[in-house]
Unconditional design. Structure first.
Lengths: 248, 305
């Protein structure tokens, strides 16, 4: 009986998160407006080949949107004292974490798809491998929303503090992941840092799917994204369980 | 069958042992009062019993199901009302109840029927579509209770449910507790309101500094301290404490417009009061003899521990 209950818990929590948190100002600010401003700041008026840079922009959009919901939910619920009630329902801490991950992934998927559909009207970007493109979307939203859930793990009931912390982690990643400087042109320390960023592999996978060129094999990109997703979720689980052992 | 069985529960936060070897048994269908001063470990114990926290040692069973081995099955048996009215302020009362019903797997039609019934009973039907953040504290608490009872739980846990509520909301909460109990639910009530525990509960358990210090029926607990009774008296004009210096009066305390006299011989005190009133030409406007109070028992138990 526990597995159906567990899955139902994830679904209900996802629905609750979608209803409550998608329209919260921090999510709209850091999940939608922020990447759009970044796009305008770095790409518009610089005579860049948008077709070349579009996969990286899409990856950045997906990264920011999918990872913006997770950091808000847990501290918000702790502040509003709804976290205790949530834990007293027939759900486990794992279903709460996974519900947060799924809500973030759906948000990232929805907004990024919308941006992609709107962009293809203005920018002549094609998709050379539709299967890889779908996979990039799925693994990208999963890994980025898992990062969002991990960023929500510090024992804090202050959403602003957690959002600042999450931006401290997320912001540098976009500069080392082949978004503004293509991975093929990077070298030395920059390249080493790029290898350490999960976003690099998402950018690379989008490049493989949309332009047919990539630095790594798509298999490597997919493997890394699956690995980091699992790693982020497990780390979030360990930290949140440890926090709960210390009290509410 | 016992509804709740907790054995040797221990919970530590750093160097502080919040719950220290707590063993509790709650019979099916009873209203069980869990009393203690602030910081005694009531809320932590309730969180351990409801699966919110994991104990460092010990076990807890809800209707025979181990809450820490099979948390989901065990939580399906219970409804929980945490200390503060923990409902989603951005949702309406109706949406909060739908969410609760979904958590317990109730089909939509059943949810809707039950939501209408509960909100009407709670006096919130007219405001069911307003965001809960616009509600008063009492109304929020009613929504919180409604969320916990929507699935007709077999066991209802309430943590200080009437704390800080107005009279109307308090009465509604007490009525709901009675109704749920009459319908067969076991009630686990944590409170530091002695009078509430005295009137509501069949069994009272007192925790102090993380340890259980007494567990019995309110009447039996009172009888443990039956040497002291009290006489409450009021006069038609103010009197001073000097009037109550007499044989048989152990202590005199002003109590609003009355005086409460603690005694182990009420008969002697009554005769003395009547004689004194005649001598001083003052009228007695009310006179009540009270048995030993649960409050007195509580104070003595927690002070001794």
């Amino acid at each position: 009986m526990e597995i159906p209950l567990f899955l139902r818990g994830i679904l209900v929590i996802t629905g609750k998160n979608m209803r409550l948190y998608y329209t919260k100002p921090p999510v709209l600010m850091f999940g939608v407006l922020f990447p759009l401003f970044m796009f305008f700041a770095f790409f518009v008026g610089r005579k860049l080949d948008l077709t070349t840079f579009f996969p990286a922009f899409l990856a950045m959009m997906l990264f920011f949107t999918a990872s913006s919901v997770g950091p808000l939910i847990t501290p918000w619920e702790k502040r509003e004292k709804t976290y205790e009630r949530l834990l007293s329902y027939p759900v486990t801490q794992d279903s709460i974490i996974l519900g947060d991950v799924v809500a973030g992934a759906i948000f990232g998927m929805g907004i990024s798809l919308l941006v992609w559909v709107a962009s293809i009207i203005f920018v002549p970007v094609g998709v050379t491998n539709i299967g890889l493109f779908v996979l990039a979307f799925l693994l990208g939203t999963l890994s980025c929303s898992a990062l969002g859930a991990l960023l929500a793990s510090p024992a804090s009931d202050s959403p602003p503090n957690v959002m600042i912390f999450s931006n401290l982690i997320r912001f540098p990643l976009i500069f080392i992941s082949g978004i503004f400087v293509p991975l093929a042109q990077m070298q030395g320390l920059g390249l080493t840092l790029a290898y350490c960023s999960p976003l690099t592999y998402l950018v690379d996978l989008f490049n493989a799917a949309m332009s047919g060129t990539s630095v790594f094999s798509p298999l490597v990109d997919c493997g890394v994204l699956i690995g980091v997703s699992a790693g982020f979720i497990l780390a979030a689980r360990v930290i949140q369980k440890r926090n709960l052992m210390k009290g509410m | 069958m016992n509804a709740i069985e907790a054995g040797h529960l221990v919970k530590r936060f750093g160097t502080v042992t919040a719950v220290n070897d707590v063993t509790i048994t709650v019979r099916e269908g009873e209203i069980f009062g869990f009393l203690g001063p602030n910081g005694a470990g009531k809320t932590t114990t309730m969180r351990l019993l409801t699966g919110v926290l994991t104990p460092d040692a010990g076990t807890a069973r809800i209707n025979g199901i181990d809450i820490h081995r099979h948390p989901l099955d065990a939580k399906m048996q219970m409804g929980v009302i945490p200390e503060s009215s923990t409902v989603y302020g951005d949702m309406s009362a109706e949406q909060n109840l739908h969410l609760s019903g979904q958590m317990y797997g109730m089909p939509r039609a059943l949810r809707e029927e039950r939501i209408d019934e509960i909100l009407s009973r709670m006096g919130l039907y007219e405001k069911r579509r307003l965001p809960v953040r616009t509600f008063s504290k009492g109304m929020k608490q009613r929504v919180s209770i409604a969320c916990a009872i929507i699935h007709r739980p077999k066991i209802l846990f309430l943590d200080e449910p009437t704390s800080g509520l107005d009279v109307q909301s308090r009465r509604l909460v007490i009525e709901t507790i009675h109704q749920m109990n009459e319908q067969g639910s076991t009630i686990f009530l944590t409170t530091h309101n002695i009078e509430e525990a005295n009137t509501l509960c069949q069994t009272v358990c007192i925790i102090n500094k993380g340890k259980i210090v007494a567990q019995d029926s309110p009447e039996r607990l009172k009888k443990m301290f039956d040497t002291t009774q009290s006489v409450e008296v009021s006069f038609d004009r103010p009197v001073t404490r000097d009037l109550f210096v007499a044989e048989g009066i152990l202590r005199a305390e002003p109590c609003g417009d009355k005086w409460r006299l603690y005694t182990d011989n009420p008969d002697l005190v009554l005769k003395y009061l009547i004689r004194s009133a005649e001598r001083e030409s003052i009228g007695i406007t009310s006179l009540t003899i009270s048995g030993p109070s649960l409050e007195e028992a509580f104070v003595q138990i927690t002070e001794c521990a």
